[in-house]
Ligand binder design. Structure first.
Ligand code: SAH
Length: 241
């Protein structure tokens, strides 16, 4: 009785790990999320049961049901893959699913994935650290969220100089910018927003912190704040003659 929690990567199906592909190719049940690429589901054998538990914004209350479903499939003894966007343990509630399975006596295999926190900036040519520009990167959720959960200390983040990556932050982007500037981040700090990073629907907006609220991109998007957000290291460099 094992359920594999597999990271699907950020969107481009080529970014799935080899272990993830191997498990999908032999799966009897695949339980997947909204952001998972359709091409990855095609790796499952014909006849595999594909179960969509995609959560829309505000539907996170269903996590308990997902946990129960995974436990039931796990106990059935079938080969079960729980396919989750990006890395299963980065804001994906994979940790909760693993705990629920272990509590029920079901074994868990964790297959990490390429997280959008780093891959979406990279797809826009932004290295989240860069030796002469930024020596740290902090990843936070921008979700306004549940008051019973530990909050994000925007005052501390506003005093940090490194790179800040915000997932699930577009809904609260104006508040986030205000809080960071109030805590000391300069209004002209470079900001990039990458939507559907690594996919053929990718969109990138470049701006500054004081103008983040004006960026019109919707979820799923990753916000990068800091000097690296002004870079595009993949751009063609003009050579002097
Ligand atoms: N476990 C996932 C993150 C889940 S939270 C991971 O490791 O990537 C979902 C958030 O991730 C989205 O709201 C968005 O902020 C970000 N995200 C997911 N896919 C993305 C993509 N292709 N491009 C940009 N951001 C993405």
């Amino acid at each position: 009785m094992t359920v594999a929690l597999v990271g699907a990567g950020p969107g481009d199906p080529g970014l799935l790990t080899r272990r993830g592909a191997e498990l999908l190719e032999t799966a009897e049940v695949v339980v997947y999320d909204r952001l998972v690429a359709a091409e990855l589901l095609e790796l499952a054998p014909d006849g595999a049961e594909l179960v969509d538990v995609g959560k829309g914004p505000g539907q996170s209350g269903r996590q308990a049901d997902i946990n129960e479903l995974l436990v039931a499939y796990g106990r059935s003894g079938r080969r079960v893959v729980r396919l989750k966007g990006g890395d299963p343990f980065v804001f994906g509630r994979g940790g909760e699913e693993a705990e629920a399975l272990r509590r029920a006596g079901v074994d868990v295999e964790i297959v990490p994935g390429v997280t959008s926190a780093f891959a979406a900036p990279a797809a826009a040519g932004i290295p989240v650290t860069h030796r002469t520009v930024s020596t740290s990167v902090t990843v936070v959720t921008g979700h306004a969220g549940d008051p019973t959960l530990p909050g994000v200390d925007w005052d501390v983040l506003g005093r940090l100089e490194g790179t800040l990556v915000v997932l699930m932050g577009m809904g609260a982007r104006s508040v986030i910018a205000e809080r960071l500037m109030a805590a000391g981040r300069r209004p002209d700090t470079p900001v990039a927003v990458v939507r559907w990073g690594t996919t053929d629907r990718q969109e990138v907006a470049r701006t500054t912190l004081d103008r983040l609220a004006e960026v019109g991109l919707e979820a799923p998007a990753t916000i990068v704040v800091g000097a690296v957000a002004a870079l595009d290291v993949t751009a063609v460099v003009a050579t002097e003659v």
